[in-house]
Design a protein around this ligand. Structure first.
Ligand SMILES: Cc1ncc(COP(=O)(O)O)c(C=O)c1O
Length: 384
């Protein structure tokens, strides 16, 4: 059993993959070939965004988005400490300051009340979020929401707060391509929505890849410029400081093959998640991530919490001994990582994130998970 099984999927679409890859080998446009445009159009339509701009990774999608919004030194960018490092790393890379905001204990998404408190407390720094020393006052500039494990964040609340305080929203939908919030697709929220095509993601390629989505023409044109070294009307006219962050044509060709079965895979993921829900629902020793009724998760990960942190290792060892792979996303929240030590956060600053980190783990999850394997996992968990 695999945590995320990509082999079954590959067998299913091998012919389309071969045909698409061969087409690229035949035309030879390895950089910005015709598959890039085709993919951007298809995924833009799927998400419901006017513009889709592919790039080299999910981390680059976030970086390019912040660059396009003009984020830099002196800016506060609010995000959660319970996410993959890339979400906050890009803030620091641009010389801006990540301001962490604790999460909701049920959905693991940014808690909107904590976000508003953090924005209000910024001028006085009267909060644990501001324990570190500033060299200069910070301007609240942007919020990066994270659609964790495939579940969209609380956009209604976050977007209302962002509007009230005139800050932009960037959606980190790296784990959520295909999910829905109030009937709208993930990656369509905020000024710019970002996703990742890392192989294990719900729509993954065979390498690194990412995409930005936006309805704003001006932002789309800046993003397109930034991903090619700030290029202007032609290759040797440079109008901005940019980066080299293009999606490879070969990866676009692979994604086009995978996208053909994506809708079917969304249903299979939902079916597998429902099955887990039914099998694990009565187990009093664990809790499952709550999906609010107006959301449809894409279940990038199926995460559960043990009731008591001290039991987690035993549970993982028991499952491991039976050949069931597990993983911990994320064992240490970002405010306690060495990389962010200069921000001066301490254990206890974000109690919900710290508690969830100590109790969470994920079970195998992918569209081709067999019901009998899920039953075996549930049985083992009921005995622990
Ligand atoms: C929440 C989140 N943000 C950003 C990223 C970065 O994506 P990539 O690995 O494609 O750079 C990831 C990837 O794991 C992620 O999970």
């Amino acid at each position: 059993m695999e945590l995320i099984d990509l082999r079954v999927q590959q067998e299913k679409i091998r012919n389309t993959l071969d045909r698409n890859i061969n087409r690229v080998l035949d035309h030879g446009h390895y950089i910005m070939g015709p598959e890039i445009n085709e993919l951007e159009e298809k995924l833009g339509d799927f998400v419901g965004s006017a513009h889709a701009i592919s790039c080299a990774s999910g981390a680059d999608a976030l970086l390019l988005s912040l660059m396009a919004l003009g984020v830099g030194p002196g800016h506060a960018v609010f995000t959660t400490p319970f996410t993959f490092v890339a979400t906050a790393e890009v803030i620091s890379l641009l010389g801006a300051t990540p301001i962490f905001v604790d999460i909701d204990p049920k959905t693991f998404s940014m808690d909107p009340r904590e976000l508003e408190k953090a924005i209000i407390a910024l001028p006085s720094r009267n909060s644990c979020m501001y324990r570190y020393r500033f060299k200069a006052p910070l301007i609240p500039k942007c919020v990066i929401t994270v659609d964790l494990f495939g579940l969209p964040a609380d956009y209604e609340s976050v977007e209302a707060i962002a509007k009230r305080y005139s800050v932009s929203v960037v959606e980190d939908g790296a784990q959520a391509f295909g999910a829905q919030y109030r009937g709208k697709r993930a990656c369509s929220f905020g000024q710019i929505g970002c996703t990742s095509f890392f192989p294990a993601k719900p729509l993954g390629c065979y390498g690194d890849g990412g995409m930005c989505f936006t309805d704003e023409e001006a932002l789309a044109s800046i993003l397109r410029c930034l991903r090619v070294h700030g290029q202007g009307r032609h290759k040797y006219e440079n109008i901005r400081i940019g980066i080299n962050s293009r999606l490879d044509t070969l990866q676009a060709a692979i994604l086009l093959a995978k996208f053909e079965i994506f809708s079917e895979e969304i249903e299979l993921r939902e079916k597998a998640a429902r099955r887990y829900g039914e099998l694990l629902g009565d187990n009093p020793t664990i809790e499952v991530q709550t999906v609010p009724p107006h959301c449809r998760s894409i279940w990038a990960q199926y995460c559960i919490l043990v009731k008591e942190a001290k039991n987690r290792l035993r549970v993982l060892e028991t499952l491991g001994a039976e050949g069931i792979p597990t993983a911990i996303y994320y064992p240490k929240p970002l405010h306690l990582q060495q990389a962010f030590a200069p921000l001066g956060y301490k254990p206890g600053d974000f109690p919900v994130s710290e508690d969830i980190s100590s109790r969470i783990f994920s079970l195998p999850m992918h569209p081709y998970l067999r019901p009998q394997d899920q039953e075996r996992i549930a049985q083992l968990l009921s005995r622990i």
